[in-house]
Design a protein around this ligand. Structure first.
Ligand code: C5P
Length: 227
């Protein structure tokens, strides 16, 4: 299992200083919409210059018509990141179009599909999709696999089932992790490290429990010993 640290701090400087603190750790860094909109691709280059071995996950959750998604995916690939995600609910055709567009590159980032956001509970989810979280997450994962994606973003609670149904090689990246029982905040389906491991998550995403801690480096160190 690997750790992905969400760089969700309010300023570029704060995110860079967190990255500097973590420069000796083998971690993924997650750049979300806020940072990317504000700080752009130069921010990704800044992260790489702190440690070229940092693996960057652009959590931009693309959702649009197929051609527009493929255009964005192509541009993201040119930046030189290691992973990005798109919404499975954009549909099979959109996912296939993205993967097809990336065939021109000799090296491409991993592409994950967002299944069900971990901030949804059953009731909220049903009011939009008219289906249960489990049912839909599995369906989205199958669509993503068939479209040639590398894996999915899902909660720990769907990870194992998705692997059983699809393949153990199909990556599951799981946000909503509270390593040491921290406050869930707006997340509804949270889990600890042991649970993530038992459910065969490949990459856990941790944000607030790290960046809100007094000593983020210590928390990361502690998490890494448990993976
Ligand atoms: O602070 P916390 O650990 O809850 O942060 C989780 C991170 O993972 C946030 O950046 C959030 O946007 C992201 N994420 C998520 N659920 C998804 C995909 C991404 O919580 N399905």
């Amino acid at each position: 299992m690997e750790l992905c640290v969400a760089l969700d701090l309010p300023s570029r400087e704060q995110n860079l200083s967190l990255a500097k603190e973590l420069k000796d750790f083998p971690v993924w860094l997650k750049v979300g919409l806020r940072s990317y909109i504000r700080d752009g691709k130069e921010f990704i280059q800044d992260l790489k210059s702190i440690n070229t071995k940092f693996k960057i996950f652009a959590d931009l959750k693309l959702y649009d018509i197929p051609n527009t998604m493929a255009d964005a995916a192509e541009e993201l690939t040119k930046i030189g990141i290691e992973m990005f995600n798109i919404h499975a609910s954009a549909g099979r055709e959109a996912m296939q179009t993205v993967m097809h567009r990336l065939e021109q590159f000799s090296k491409r980032p991993l592409v994950l599909a967002v299944t069900v956001l971990t901030s949804f509970n059953e009731e909220q989810f049903r009011s939009i999709y008219n289906a249960s979280i489990d049912e839909k997450a599995t369906q989205f994962a199958k669509d993503a696999y068939e479209a040639g994606l590398d894996g999915v973003v899902c909660s720990v609670f769907e990870s194992k089932r998705i692997k059983q149904i699809i393949s153990s090689d199909f990556i599951t990246l799981t946000p909503g992790i509270r390593p040491f029982g921290e406050d869930a905040g707006d997340q509804k389906r949270v889990a600890g490290i042991e649970m993530a491991k038992a459910n065969e998550s490949d990459i856990i995403v941790v944000g607030r429990p790290i960046y809100k801690a007094k000593n983020p480096k210590e928390v990361v160190e502690k998490i890494l010993t448990k993976l």
